[in-house]
Ligand binder design. Structure first.
Ligand code: MN
Length: 128
């Protein structure tokens, strides 16, 4: 198994935070700044896990998850998807799970929680 993680996120601050945190553990981060680019990246690159923001500028994270799960690239039916939700108390989490995400975590992003949730699916290549 590889260690390529796709992060679909339009907020540059979150992108930088997650990139630093995951690269510190030896993962490689693939970045997509909107939903459609994220679906394309998942379909054209070798991706081992997807971190998915819900509030995106084009299609929302639920739609991204549904498109990934129904992709012609069969491995995407099983690639782990972690939703990153801003409104966990407003039903985002439940909607994310029914759209095909495996788990969710809420913003603001906690780095230790991020490491733990990612490592539950993809072992860290190199713990720092
Ligand atoms: Mn967003």
């Amino acid at each position: 198994m590889g260690s390529n993680i796709l992060y679909i996120e339009d907020n540059p601050d979150n992108m930088v935070l997650v990139k630093r945190a995951l690269e510190a553990r030896g993962y490689t981060l693939v970045q997509a700044m909107n939903g459609l680019d994220g679906v394309t990246a998942a379909e054209t690159q070798e991706i081992d896990l997807i971190l998915l923001d819900i509030n995106l500028p084009d299609i929302d994270g639920y739609e991204v998850a549904r498109r990934i799960r129904s992709s012609a690239k069969r491995s995407l039916a099983y690639t782990p998807i972690i939703a990153v939700t801003a409104n966990a108390l407003k039903g985002d989490a439940e909607k994310a799970l029914s759209a095909g995400c495996d788990v969710y975590m809420s913003k603001p992003i906690n780095i230790r929680e991020l490491w733990a949730r990612v490592e539950a699916f993809v072992p860290s290549p190199q713990k720092s």
